[in-house]
Design a protein around this ligand. Structure first.
Ligand code: FE2
Length: 134
């Protein structure tokens, strides 16, 4: 079951950012599937949570490089949001690695918050600025 549906309103207009967001959705869906199937294969959840966390950090670093390159005035606030989201993702990873049963709806809530809400507000705001500089 895939829960994180990609919808057209999520498109920011920046090719790199959009393609990375797309991949994040795919990885988040894989993790959720693995969690739901945890009784069948509990190691899959560990693999997928790491893959997602790794990619989240890579994506945030790429976004922050872009912000740096255009001296985005809001970058301090945006980076602060990334730090909070990274912390939440790392906490989730630690729980999965400890073998804790993390309920799928809880994961869905967390990921929806940092993916959908962050993209729709902060990322779109940044891409608007970025486009105006190019
Ligand atoms: Fe962002």
């Amino acid at each position: 079951m895939s829960t994180f549906e990609w919808t057209p309103d999520l498109v920011t207009g920046n090719e790199l950012i959009d393609s990375q967001h797309h991949t994040l959705f795919r990885y988040a869906n894989d993790l959720l599937d693995a969690i739901e199937d945890a009784e069948v294969d509990d190691e899959a959840a560990e693999v997928y949570v790491w893959r997602l966390t790794d990619y989240v950090m890579e994506h945030f670093a790429d976004e922050q490089d872009l912000m740096e390159s255009v001296h985005y005035p809001e970058r301090g606030i945006h980076v602060g949001m990334h730090d909070t989201l990274t912390g939440e993702t790392m906490r989730l990873t630690a729980r999965v690695m400890r073998g804790e049963i993390v309920a799928a709806p809880e994961i869905a809530k967390l990921i929806t918050k940092w993916m959908r809400e962050h993209i729709l507000t902060a990322d779109k705001q940044f891409v608007t600025y970025l486009s105006a500089q190019q």
